[in-house]
Design a protein. Sequence first.
Lengths: 242, 112
Amino acid sequence: GNRELVLFYSQIGVDVKKNVIVTISSDKGLCQDEQGYVQVGFCLLISKVCSDLNSGPDKEIKYVILGEKAKAQLIRDSRKDIELSITDLQKNPLNYTQVSVLADDILKNVEFDALRIIFNKFQSVVSFLPTMATILSPEVIEREAESGGKPGDLDSYEVEGGETKAEVLQNLSEFQFSCVMFNAVLEHACSEQGARMSAMDSSSRNAGDMLDRLTLTYNRTRQAAITTELIEIISGASALTG
Amino acid sequence: MVIIPATTGQMGVLPGHVATIAELKPGVLSVHDGNDVSKYFVSSGFAFIHANSFADIVAVEAVPLDQIDASQVQKGLAEFNQKLSSASTDLEKAEAQIGVDVHSALNFALSG
């Protein structure tokens, strides 16, 4: 049953003031195809999301950046909006502990109404889908639940544990954030590997093609030079005898 | 049937259980399938019981009971008890307390 994903997952339609965009990108390069898809797909999604989210007074957007590549691109026009940037995430193999510490950091230091995590979802070795997952802050969830929005489904659940329902939901929201982050980071790592694999594969093939062409050219040139020399020698020799 | 270690105590879940979101504490999760019982130690997490009789249990870490080393558990328990008595700040106390709670639960799981 994937109902809990449905409970929280795509709340894109929810209107909030403070959006914090968490972009997940690669540190190392060599993973772009001819159109630079892995990076381009990202930027298109981010600019679309920004224009959707920023239409209105008091709305602000801040960024939390994971990965060198997004940092390099976003630092050009949105330097003042970057709250946190983290690189070298994949120095050690990805694990939940590392991501939960990261999530903790973000939750403690960044104020938000909604967190939008943008990453590349792995579909196959050659296709990735730029995706956005939304996590709402507990206050926004309360507000939406009261006004009868989608999170209102939450009311049909009994909540066990903790002193108050709000406390459990706060814990749940933080736990959900770290889980979604973990998923996003893994999906992205997968997409990056797939993109790198196909990029390296096509560059190997291109190098092979170039090698073949150059070998042919080399042989032809070499043979032409030998033929020229032969002709010179033979005509010289026949000039002497004849 | 599943017995989950909720913060409010061991909770038995049968088909038709009311829809619930339960926060978990370190403890034993046992899955009863007819006469087969599989037991896991769960470090913490959340359990979602849906109205359609599906239950999702999201645990930070879950280990089958037979894979836990009892001597390591004793060592860890002693270590955290010592940290708890020598802790000075609230944060240190809280961290040591968590260590003690988890190891005590592990100990109890192995003996019970």
